[in-house]
Design a protein around this ligand. Structure first.
Ligand SMILES: *Cc1c(COP(=O)(O)O)cnc(C)c1O
Ligand SMILES: [Zn+2]
Length: 422
């Protein structure tokens, strides 16, 4: 526990921290584990406060995720928000992708590579760093597979808060450079993400880190709520209704779970008509602990040692694995895992049919979309949203081998002819 003052926010619809395991409730603050059973905590809301939020309020808000402040635990006061312009990313109707995969219903790509640091992580960090500031932390930190570190370092730089980012030292070069450029402290750890995360949990208990908010450790209940804005935006961009199916990548399993939570909250608040939707989860074969549990019908997620090119998803011991299983099973959805070659193919497929260049995590998601559509587990006659969570320029080495100029020629007509281009 930290000695930082617990201070509930003014006007927040959040009412308590609720144990996801035993249901015990605690006051809002910098706590992430249940005092009764050590289970993980999440934000509970006052249902009446959520029900008072109207579409018109949201539509009149800023063109960023803060338009949903009425549905978030923090940031109701614009003066305390950390607003990097995150959110309201394009929802692209991907007709050529749909055709190629045999869909008769629309397929949409929610392209979160358009966020300020080029991944979905700007959502969770916007909310977490706002919460950290409201809770009185003076430094921000994280354990990261790459994108989170990029986003934490950038947001900290924007508000002049010191940051310390911990990553496995063998990450893709662009992600290392991007975290370092914003000027915070970047620590490469000789080990896996799971080693990094364990170190951060230990550090968060030390006196020296007492006033440091680890966005995905002691501020995690707030951090996780940021993912809901993906669900809110999809609903608003579809004209205030929910899609019938969505496909999301899984690292810890948090994002997939929270999009589902967002859809439920929208229905409960009367912001969208009630409808049925199915949730689909994507992992890479090199790190598929959640998809493996799904396939075997298990409730327990057995940790693995991650390998493979989808490094941003390489969490071998996923904290939200059981909740992701519940969300998918409860909705009649499915999960699948795909190998590195399929991931590369997924990146190329999305790029050549839709004009979106995804990082490896997006390749995982598109490859799983393809696989589950082919197997019939995804219904190609139902409207489907696919989440692209990161930018291909961050993992360029994954596909650079197969992406070269068609020809290199002298600047002459003759050169064009010689290369067979004329
Ligand atoms: C972090 C991340 C995710 C999702 O992570 P969860 O831990 O499952 O919430 C998905 N895609 C990318 C590119 C990421 O960086
Ligand atoms: Zn509990």
């Amino acid at each position: 526990m930290t000695a930082v003052a617990d201070r509930p926010t003014l006007g927040s619809p959040a009412s308590a921290l609720v144990c996801r395991n035993c249901g015990a409730q605690f006051p809002l603050g910098a706590q992430h584990a249940c005092f009764e059973c050590f289970g993980p905590l999440e934000i509970g809301y006052d249902a009446d406060a959520l029900a008072r939020v109207t579409r018109a309020d949201i539509e009149a808000g800023p063109h960023s995720l803060w338009r949903y402040a009425g549905l978030l635990p923090v940031g109701q006061n614009p003066a305390t928000r950390v607003d990097s312009g995150t959110g309201m990313t394009p929802l692209i109707r991907a007709d050529r992708l749909a055709d190629e995969l045999g869909f008769t219903a629309p397929v949409w790509v929610k392209d979160d590579s358009a966020n300020p640091t080029h991944s979905f992580k700007d959502r969770v960090v916007s909310v977490a760093i706002t919460a950290a500031r409201e809770l009185g932390f003076s430094r921000i930190a994280c354990a990261s597979t790459g994108n989170l570190g990029n986003s934490v370092a950038a947001h900290a730089a924007r508000i002049g808060m010191p940051s310390i980012v911990f990553v496995p030292s063998d990450l893709e070069a662009p992600k290392i450079v991007q975290s370092a450029i914003y000027g915070g402290t970047l620590v490469g750890i000789e080990g896996s993400y799971d080693d990094v995360n364990r170190l951060c949990s230990e550090l968060s208990e030390t006196d020296e880190f007492e006033s440091t908010g680890f966005v995905n450790v002691n501020v995690r209940p707030y951090y996780a709520e940021g993912s809901k804005t993906l669900g809110f935006e999809v609903a608003e961009q579809l004209g205030w209704r929910l899609p019938a199916q969505y496909v999301a990548p899984m690292a810890s399993g948090s994002m997939l779970t929270k999009i589902n939570k967002a859809f439920k909250e929208l229905v409960a608040a009367g912001l969208v008509p009630s409808s049925q939707w199915s949730v689909f989860g994507a992992q890479s074969a090199g790190c598929a602990p959640i998809a493996t549990a799904f396939a075997s019908g298990a409730d327990v997620v057995v940790p693995v040692k991650p390998t493979g090119i989808a490094k941003s998803l390489n969490i071998g011991n996923p904290a939200d694995g059981p909740y992701a299983l519940d969300a998918v099973r409860g909705s009649g959805g499915a999960m699948a895992a795909v190998g590195d070659e399929e991931i590369r193919e997924g990146i190329r497929l999305l790029a050549r049919t839709t004009g979106v260049f995804a990082e490896t995590a997006g390749g995982v998601t598109v490859a799983v979309l393809k696989k589950l559509a082919a197997s019939g587990e995804l219904d190609t006659s139902r409207e489907t949203v696919v989440f692209n969570t990161g930018d291909g320029l961050k993992t360029i080495d994954a596909v650079s081998g197969g992406a070269r100029p068609t020809a290199v020629i002298p600047p002459t007509i003759k050169g064009m002819r010689a290369a067979g281009l004329l």
